[in-house]
Unconditional design. Structure first.
Length: 69
């Protein structure tokens, strides 16, 4: 896999050239939601809110509301 990664300048698992360096997952105050923060190079972050049903299947992915948590 390392040869493929070197040849394609990509992550061998995600097959992507730009993947987060780290991520955090936190329970949201709203039921059925979790907050995700992706940290990219140079400390740039992307915040997402992921909605889940009672079986933990993803129902929605979006960005936090302005002024929201």
């Amino acid at each position: 896999m390392e040869k493929w990664e070197d040849r394609n300048h990509s992550d061998g698992i995600l097959r992507a050239q730009n993947v987060p360096l780290k991520w955090t997952v936190k329970n949201s105050a709203a039921a059925g939601q979790v907050g995700i923060t992706l940290t990219w190079g140079q400390g740039v972050t992307t915040k997402l809110v992921v909605g889940l049903d009672r079986n933990h299947k993803i129902t929605h992915i979006g960005t936090p509301r302005a002024g929201g948590k």
